[in-house]
Design a protein around this ligand. Structure first.
Ligand SMILES: NC(=O)c1ccc[n+]([C@@H]2O[C@H](COP(=O)([O-])OP(=O)(O)OC[C@H]3O[C@@H](n4cnc5c(N)ncnc54)[C@H](O)[C@@H]3O)[C@@H](O)[C@H]2O)c1
Length: 362
């Protein structure tokens, strides 16, 4: 029966998972799983397909994308993700809305359906924490956030698991986003300060840009006032034409993409020639010595978001949902009974035929 049931990990199940695990420990688990995924990709046990999607212009500009990945021999995950920056104001919905579909690679059975909105925010923060642990100065204390929406919250939380963050500077075009950030982030309010982009540049040891800047409308900071050796996680440049950092800054920096081909199409690397692009996060995890000289220089993690990260989250949430026995079990597939009877689910179907497997040589 197990291979007929789909586990639905809905909002209440995610609530139970977060409450039981604790947010801090969940970030630690996510960081570990993403790190493992980077190693496994270079070994070939996991793989991903290029993401694709629909570019939407009506009723608003937006995107609906699918992001497929596989753990060979066991699991295929597909994340459907909408990017609709008008959502918060128009519908009071998140800009990023997403669902994870998890299939048994051996049979095609839909094993789980999992909320992807929280998982996306969690893994996007965790990915920046991994990159920052490798590329930023270990003593980094001040975090600057340009764009303080949903992703900024998880950028800060994940960074605070890896660095001793004691001051946060936030900057957004929207004053409400700035004002509500401390509450939303659950970070001590007396350590969060609203600042201009130039102030963020002057004070931050690590900067995350996580804006919904429109394609062609960037950059979101000038790069003229940066501290030496600062590390920048560029999170919002993740579609053609959408860039957050000036080319002049990128040319002075070592730019490390999450996925070189995808970043060249959708990330900050769009602005660079191939020979100007630095080692990828895969390279850095595989050969840690590459990173040693990078901690003291200007570095950029060009984060476009990987289907592998979504596979890691699908597996993590599946494991926790099973361990805590949360979620709902639904029979979605109409495969009850005879596998060669497409009507087997109907009331008039004959009871299950349990034949011995045929052996042609018997
Ligand atoms: N790299 C990844 O893996 C990944 C994953 C998820 C989301 N994203 C991207 O992260 C970005 C933020 O997503 P979100 O869910 O936080 O969206 P959000 O709508 O919650 O927040 C975006 C914020 O950016 C602000 N903003 C827009 N233009 C700005 C500018 N020029 N300067 C300063 N602030 C500006 C908006 O006012 C808003 O508060 C999006 O671009 C999204 O595509 C990337």
């Amino acid at each position: 029966v197990e291979n007929r049931v789909t586990r639905v990990v809905d909002a209440s199940a995610v609530n139970a998972i977060v409450t039981t695990t604790g947010l801090d420990r969940l970030y630690d688990l996510a960081i570990d799983r993403l790190n493992a995924m980077l190693v496994e990709y270079t070994r070939g046990t996991v793989d991903l397909k290029e993401r694709d999607g629909f570019v939407l212009s009506a009723p608003h500009d937006g995107l609906l994308e699918w992001m497929p990945a596989i753990r060979r021999g066991s699991t295929v995950s597909v994340k459907m993700v909408g990017y609709n920056p008008h959502n918060p104001l128009t519908y009071r919905l998140p800009t990023i809305l997403s669902t994870l579909y998890v299939f048994d690679a051996a049979t095609g059975h839909l094993r789980s359906v999992i909320d992807g909105t929280f998982a996306t925010a969690l893994r996007t923060g965790a990915a920046s924490a991994i990159a920052s642990r490798i590329l930023a100065r270990p003593g980094a204390r001040t975090v600057g956030l340009i764009g303080c929406g949903a992703q900024a919250v998880t950028q800060l939380h994940a960074l605070s698991r890896v660095f001793d963050v004691n001051e946060v500077l936030v900057s957004d075009l929207d004053a409400t986003s700035e004002k509500t950030f401390a509450r939303r982030s659950r970070f001590p309010a007396d350590r969060v300060r609203v600042a201009s982009p130039a102030e963020v540049e002057r004070h931050a040891d690590i900067i995350c840009t996580a804006t919904s800047v429109a394609p062609g409308a960037g950059p979101v900071l000038s790069g003229d006032n940066l501290r030496p050796g600062v590390h920048i996680n560029s999170v919002g440049s993740d579609m053609p034409g959408k860039c957050e950092l000036p080319r002049s800054l990128l040319r002075q920096a070592v730019v490390c993409p999450d996925h070189p081909a995808q970043a060249a199409r959708e990330g900050e690397c769009q602005q660079l020639d191939p020979e100007e692009i630095g080692p990828s996060l895969f390279d850095l995890v595989q050969s840690p010595a590459l990173a040693d000289p990078l901690r003291e220089v200007l570095t950029v993690y060009d984060s476009t978001g990987l289907a592998l990260q979504d596979l890691a989250m699908a597996e993590l949430f599946e494991d926790l949902a099973v361990a805590y026995e949360v979620g709902h079990e639904l029979v979605i597939e109409t495969n009850a009974g005879d596998p060669q009877d497409p009507y087997a689910f109907l009331a008039d179907a004959q009871p299950d035929r349990v034949d011995e497997p045929r052996n042609a040589y018997a």
